[in-house]
Design a binder for this molecule. Sequence first.
Ligand code: SF4
Ligand code: SF4
Length: 108
Amino acid sequence: MNITVTSTGSMLDDNIKFFFQKQAEAMEEQKDEVEQRIEELEVGQNLVAVVLSDKCGGCGICTDVCPTGAIEVGEQAFVNSEACSGCAACVSECPNEAIILVQKKNSK
Ligand code: SF4
Ligand code: SF4
């Protein structure tokens, strides 16, 4: 009699273990997705800077703060979208609010 109870208990333990293992795996996957999304938002992977020509005065501040060298300034600033990481440094430093971040065309 004791043997049967032990065996059933063991199977139950195995089922519970399996259930929690699957739960843990599912949560791990969700965690990875959330972390990836946070990373995308932090580095702005799907965003690119665009200069508003009616506001840009060509002061050059943005090019000084851009970490990827994506901005050239002549009479006005121009952003190389391939080089832009979407970090938003230029957006926050522009005195004329002449740069905005927009969704990259090919992103979801
Ligand atoms: S900081 Fe602003 S105003 Fe100055 S060049 Fe860059 S976009 Fe134009
Ligand atoms: S968003 Fe960042 S990488 Fe893109 S142009 Fe502005 S400062 Fe440079």
